[in-house]
Design a protein around this ligand. Structure first.
Ligand code: ATP
Length: 302
């Protein structure tokens, strides 16, 4: 795995370059602004959490970071270099991800699934693969060795030749992480890694993520399980209706009344979309009293 070397020296002064730096990221789908001008950094050795109610824009933001979507506005950099808006180039640059829903190849073995994740690090071309020359064989042996190392790391080496569809759910999720790690990332993005897990599997996932961080890989994680996220993360950002509402330590974020209100669906002053919600509620209350339906010359509901 990569070891992090994120301190660069410019003009003789050392300055820390974030592993990930997203600046002003906005993503529009027609008239809907799913992500609005979001800034976020992940530093070396950090585990950063991204929380927010359903539909807040978390996955869309991930998709903007990993080249699946080209953001309408904004910039995404990895270790100081702007990321190209193409998923395979983002992976090659050093950013790997898992998805909200399991995306393993069910009829491939556990080992083959990890080998698939390795392909961005394999330089041998089609011709070399066809003739199975010495370069190809060397690359294949290295990939195999690395994949087995990763399976050892996640505790699945003994199931290397099992079909991935036969693994229990928690192990399939771990295998997805191993496949992402096979590309030797410096940053790993995890989209709801504990969704559907039982408490033991969740605890094991937490330990695995700490172990990955200890290998020098920075982590950005989306999760709905608050206990998991507040225990795991160094820093947490909360998105609400596409905007970053709060960012801080787990202690600060979990005690923030705006975050609590956003999850409970309680409108609060200054909340993204609160004005629109208030207008709709006022109009509904108005029509319920039977006095609605007329509009003043200024355009305001009576
Ligand atoms: N491809 C798309 N086209 C149109 N609208 C989209 C698209 N992808 C997402 N959206 C909309 O963008 C908004 C944000 O969705 P997103 O899936 O990013 O939220 P989320 O915070 O990840 O939600 P959840 O926690 O439920 O996964 C939603 O209103 C969603 O319907």
């Amino acid at each position: 795995m990569n070891t992090m070397t994120t301190t660069t020296t410019i003009g003789g002064t050392a300055s820390a370059v974030p592993v990930l730096e997203a600046t002003g990221v906005t993503m529009r789908f027609g008239g809907l602004v799913a992500v609005r001008s979001v800034d976020l950094t992940v530093g070396a050795g950090e585990i950063v959490g991204l929380i927010g109610p359903n539909g807040a824009g978390k996955t869309t933001f991930f998709n903007c970071l990993t080249g699946l979507y080209v953001p309408t506005e904004g910039r995404v950099s990895y270790r100081g270099g702007v990321l190209p808006p193409k998923p395979h180039l983002v992976t090659r640059a050093g950013v790997a991800r898992t998805f909200q829903n399991i995306r393993l190849f069910p009829n491939m073995t556990v080992l083959e699934n990890v080998l698939v994740g390795r392909h961005t690090r394999t330089k041998e071309g089609l011709w070399s693969a066809l003739v199975r020359g010495p370069g190809f064989k060397r690359a294949e042996a290295t990939s195999h060795e690395r994949a087995m190392e990763l399976l050892e790391f996640i505790g699945l080496a003994h199931k290397a030749d099992h079909l991935s569809r036969n693994l229990p759910y928690g192990e399939q999720r771990k295998l997805e992480i191993a496949r992402a790690l096979a590309s030797d990332p410096g940053l790993l993005l995890l989209d709801e890694p504990t969704a559907g897990m039982n408490p033991q599997e969740t605890r094991a996932a937490e330990e695995l993520i700490f172990a990955i961080r200890d290998q020098g890989i920075a982590i950005l994680v989306i999760e709905h399980d608050m206990r998991f996220i507040f225990n795991l993360c160094d820093r947490v950002a909360c998105l609400v209706q596409g905007e970053k509402l709060v960012e801080g330590t787990p202690e600060a974020v979990q005690g923030d009344e705006r975050v609590v209100a956003a999850y409970l669906g309680t409108p609060f002053e200054g909340a993204p979309g609160a004005e629109e919600v208030a207008e709709v509620e006022a109009a509904e209350a108005h029509s319920a009293t039977g006095t609605g339906g007329t509009t003043s010359p200024e355009g305001e509901a009576q």
